[in-house]
Ligand binder design. Structure first.
Ligand SMILES: Cc1ncc(COP(=O)(O)O)c(C=O)c1O
Length: 373
């Protein structure tokens, strides 16, 4: 099909993206993406990558040397974690209370592992007693949990899980796709071995590059892995080589995405990570209070277990969530999301991340929601 006159230049509609991800991109990341590309071993490019590694250690709360980016969206980093650390024939324990824990389980199965799951209703989190009895009973080689379950709005640091995992010698993978840049991740303090994230949520970048961080102990295990992982593109040992001299070519990175991530992290460093968390906490609280006044109910009953920057609510009786979303888009150009899987048609997921985590942005969406019921 020939490219039409209208599409020869790109002019996307201006949207206010109040979804659970992608989130609004920071203007500095947009500006950076229009800069010229350089080669993959250009000293300037390598210095940006090294600064990205430091910035990622800061937002992920870790000293892990092996902290870098994987090409692809959050699922690529998830697959890298699972494909490298969950061996064929091993036992993989998944703490399952949402859509993304299900995705981890599917990936584990595809790696040829026996997947065992501790399930809780969606919107709930796991206690240390549950984690202990699950891990002691099943004795998995690796366990995985989702720190910020985007499908339900539930948050758990993982402390309840890491203590039991350490006691029984299981490696811990944490999905931090939605927590990084918006809420405490604290890999080292929590005791997480392998964690991955994405660009398009708390880091206010477009999707396409995804952070991953691996502890020294986990790296030693990977180095001693008896077989090569089936994946070549997401082989972490090959990917990590590029970050060390002589920066061996593995794949061709995308400079605009690297520039964007550099700026996303620089913006966080300038604001101060704790200030940024606090801004997200305050806006989330303001949004929840406003939505409760409009008759919405939070899916996560315990307020301590709620994500600050993604609010998952059931609409008041008689209100169709799809109609609310349509009205928000038609009248205001606002995007919010509906539910995934078993929550489809039942809930709304509203993100107040990065540039939208402010009193004004929260008040604006609350007014728009009130007018769309
Ligand atoms: C918790 C969680 N894990 C994994 C993913 C997958 O990330 P992506 O859609 O970037 O592949 C998402 C995406 O929303 C997510 O929220």
């Amino acid at each position: 099909m020939p490219i039409s006159v209208e599409t020869k230049r790109i002019a996307p509609p201006k949207r206010l993206i109040y979804g659970p991800g992608p989130a609004m991109v920071d203007p500095r990341a947009y500006e950076a993406m229009s800069q010229p590309i350089v080669g993959l071993r250009d000293p300037y490019f390598l210095s940006l990558l090294s600064e990205i590694q430091s910035g990622l250690r800061m937002v992920m709360g870790t000293d892990n040397k092996k902290t870098f980016v994987v090409p692809g969206s959050g699922s690529a980093a998830m697959e890298a974690a699972v494909a490298n650390f969950v061996l064929p024939g091993s036992k993989f324990g998944v703490f399952a209370a949402g859509h993304f824990a299900d995705r981890l389980s599917i990936m584990g199965r595809r790696q040829g592992a026996t997947v065992v799951r501790l399930e809780r209703p969606w919107g709930e989190v796991f206690s240390s007693e549950e984690a202990e009895s699950f891990i002691a009973g099943e004795k998995p080689d690796v366990v995985a949990f989702v720190q910020a379950e985007t499908s339900t709005g539930a948050y758990q640091t993982g402390k309840n899980i890491t203590a039991a995992a350490k006691k029984h010698g299981a490696l811990v993978i944490a999905d931090c796709v939605t927590s990084v840049g918006a809420m405490p991740v604290e890999l080292d303090a929590v005791g997480i071995d392998v964690a991955y994230s994405c660009g398009q949520k708390g880091l206010s970048c477009p999707s396409g590059l995804s952070p991953i961080s691996i502890s020294d102990a986990a790296w030693d295990k990977l180095a001693a892995r008896p077989s090569e992982p089936y994946t070549w593109y997401l082989d972490l040992r090959l990917l990590a080589n590029y970050y060390e001299p002589p920066h061996a070519y593995h794949h061709t990175p995308s400079p605009p995405l690297v520039y964007a991530m550099h700026q996303g992290l620089a913006v966080i460093e300038e604001e101060g990570l704790r200030n940024r968390w606090e801004r997200h906490r305050r806006s989330g609280q303001r949004l929840v209070e406003g939505l409760q006044k409009l008759g919405f109910q939070h899916l996560v009953k315990n307020s301590e277990d709620r994500l600050w920057h993604i609010t998952v609510v059931a609409p008041p009786a008689g209100v169709d969530e799809a109609k609310v979303r349509e009205a928000l888009m038609a009248k205001y150009g606002i995007e919010v999301a509906g539910g995934l899987g078993q929550l489809a048609g039942k809930i709304l997921r509203i993100g107040t991340m990065g540039p939208l985590a402010s009193d004004d942005s929260v008040d604006f969406i609350l007014e728009a929601m009130a007018a769309s019921l």
